[in-house]
Write a protein that binds this ligand. Structure first.
Ligand SMILES: Nc1nc2c(ncn2[C@@H]2O[C@H](COP(=O)(O)OP(=O)(O)OP(=O)(O)O)[C@@H](O)[C@H]2O)c(=O)[nH]1
Ligand SMILES: [Mg+2]
Length: 304
């Protein structure tokens, strides 16, 4: 049986092997992804927000609820801010999930070591594999500050931004970008002081967006309070009422993804055929024998 067929049958070891190919940017990954068949069935949910907001705790609590409905849950934990930590740090971050040994839960940390096109391409591809293996929903937890994680959220059908009260000025500053990216805003650690004030602040920030204000929910992930409401809200997005906006989002994502993939493939082919020319041009530019602009013109000459 091919690796793709094993993954489609839900073979966990095959899935793990496939994810490693994707993560390492292995040439075999492209063939696997083409083979593995139609994806885009699973609801892909990005969970993002500042460190320590309670994302993993929330993911774990949500997972428990979905398992109660007998749904299989895939979790990808991503750390765009530390590409060089490999798995160590990420391992710590996901270890708190209490679902090990449950066949209906698949948790994997993802570091982009060699993925062509970087981490967001690797996340797309990894989510495809989890999807093909029958996991639905697929959750992507990302930690980070600023544009990085907002960018990564673009791979999701639904972006949940998790904040916690009392995280200080840095968090206040980055909220704007995060609020922009959110389909759902969650104020976690609602048991702590300042949660209501944070909700009020987010409500005013959300009103400034062009898009309709996202729903704002309060949760206490450690006790589970509010988590079922979040789960229902997420599930409703794939239902009839919100199905249309999800389809539009997927179309937009497919567009961006295909363009990026073709750009990468073309760049790869282009440079593979021109390594020597590049080396010569770089030497000429460095020596002052030609200008960068002239070198670029020469390199692009004859390219369609
Ligand atoms: N009081 C309180 N503590 C919480 C709540 N949710 C999570 N925590 C605690 O906050 C700490 C961080 O929780 P995590 O779930 O690891 O947070 P995270 O956002 O995944 O953190 P990183 O992955 O490191 O960015 C842990 O000690 C949790 O037990 C909550 O609702 N209330
Ligand atoms: Mg975490």
């Amino acid at each position: 049986m091919t690796l793709a067929a094993e993954i489609r049958q839900g073979d966990r070891r095959a899935l793990a092997r496939g994810l490693t190919l994707v993560e390492n940017g292995d040439p075999a990954a492209a063939a696997l992804l083409a083979d593995v068949g139609t994806a885009s069935r699973a609801h892909r949910i990005g969970i993002t927000g500042p460190p320590g907001a309670g994302k993993s705790t929330l993911v774990s609590a949500l997972t428990a609820l979905w398992r109660g409905d007998d749904r299989s849950v895939g979790v990808l934990a991503v750390d765009p801010s530390s590409p060089f930590t490999g798995g160590a740090l990420l391992g710590d971050r996901v270890r708190m999930l209490t679902h090990s040994g449950d066949e209906g839960v698949f948790i994997r940390s993802l570091a982009s070591r060699g993925a062509l096109g970087g981490l967001s391409a690797a996340i797309y591809d990894a989510a495809d594999l989890l999807d093909a293996a029958g996991f639905d929903p697929v959750l992507v937890e990302t930690v980070g500050v600023g544009q990085g994680e907002v960018e990564i959220c673009r791979v999701a059908d639904t972006t949940v931004v998790v904040l916690a009260p009392g995280a200080g000025d840095v968090v206040q500053g980055m909220k704007a970008g995060l609020v922009e990216a959110a389909d759902v805003l969650v104020v976690n650690q609602a048991d702590r002081e300042g949660a209501d004030a944070l909700v009020a602040a987010l409500r005013s920030a959300a009103e400034l967006r062009d898009a309709p204000a996202p729903p704002i929910l309060e949760t206490t992930a450690t006790t589970g309070a509010g988590v079922d409401e979040l789960r229902q809200l997420l599930d409703a997005r794939v239902g009839d009422a919100e199905g249309e906006s999800l389809r539009a989002r997927r179309l937009e994502r497919a567009h961006a993804r295909l363009r990026a993939a073709v750009d990468r493939a073309r760049a790869h082919r282009y440079w593979a055929a021109r390594e020597d020319a590049l080396a010569r041009a770089a030497e000429a530019v460095a020596a002052g024998d030609t200008t960068p602009a002239a070198a670029v013109r020469d390199l692009l000459e004859g390219d369609a």
